[in-house]
Design a protein around this ligand. Structure first.
Ligand code: ADP
Ligand code: ADP
Ligand code: ZN
Length: 215
């Protein structure tokens, strides 16, 4: 199964992708995570991406298309994958179609997660992740069972993203509405677009997605 989780920054794409990965055995492909890994590794690509990411702007289509093109050919993607944060422009969506048809693969569903701007800002402000395994948490909405200890791997180290600050969030939301939201009609025209109420509680969103995947 090939799935796209689509929505603005902070909508809950990564949270739900981690759950689908565990429940359905599909690998989560987050372009944001891949770019952050390139930044941390100090590669040429990471250097190019860093200034854009810090400013809340999109990284160039060529870079992210190249990353996804390479990644979906790896062995762990052969039973399917969940795209989280890609595509983010119509050009990326068109490139994805070409990649999939080259490999005789078919996109099963695009799931749009609808969330109000005020909730997005609150979610991004409280977001943090485990430094050991990348499990996602939130200061009030999703705390570890034991304070300060990751449920998934037991690590006591956590991190916050440098771009998760009030100033950059406004820029990222503008980019979403200007460049990413226009991808929605592209998929609606293809008949693959579905949506869930991303304002609902995390478990409720998980079950809405499970219902879509069960059909
Ligand atoms: P995205 O990957 O779309 O940017 P995340 O999955 O990282 O979003 O979620 C952003 C933050 O909001 C995280 O801290 C997460 O724990 C929290 N969150 C995710 N889904 C919900 C939800 N349905 N209700 C409340 N908080 C949520
Ligand atoms: P969020 O879901 O909170 O917006 P991501 O981790 O998906 O965060 O993305 C973080 C940043 O990485 C984006 O603001 C952008 O600079 C860059 N990025 C991630 N995916 C893409 C993409 N598909 N196209 C262009 N830039 C991207
Ligand atoms: Zn962990």
């Amino acid at each position: 199964m090939i799935l796209i989780l689509f929505g603005p920054p902070g909508a809950g794409k990564g949270t739900q992708a981690q759950r689908i990965e565990k429940a359905h055995g599909l690998v989560q492909l987050s372009t944001g995570d891949m770019l952050r890994a390139a930044v941390a590794a100090g590669t040429e690509m990471g250097k190019l991406a860093k200034s854009k990411m810090d400013a809340g702007a999109l990284v160039s289509d060529d870079i992210v298309i190249g990353i996804i093109n390479d990644r979906i050919q790896e062995d762990d993607c052969k039973d399917g994958f969940i795209l989280d944060g890609f595509p983010r422009t119509v050009a990326q969506a068109e490139a994805l179609d070409a990649m999939l048809s080259n490999q005789s693969l078919k996109l099963d569903a695009v799931i749009e997660m609808k969330v109000d701007d005020a909730a997005l800002v609150e979610r991004i402000a409280g977001r943090y992740t485990c430094a050991g395994c990348n499990e996602g948490y939130h200061d009030t909405n999703l705390k570890p069972e034991v304070e300060g200890v990751c449920d998934n791997c037991g690590s006591t180290e956590f991190k916050r993203r440098p771009d998760d600050n009030a100033e950059t969030v406004g820029k990222r939301l503008k980019e979403y509405y200007a460049q990413t939201a226009p991808v929605l009609p592209y998929y609606a025209d293809k008949g693959v677009l579905q949506s869930v109420d991303g304002m609902a509680a995390i478990d409720e969103v998980t079950s809405q997605i499970a219902n879509i995947l069960a059909v």
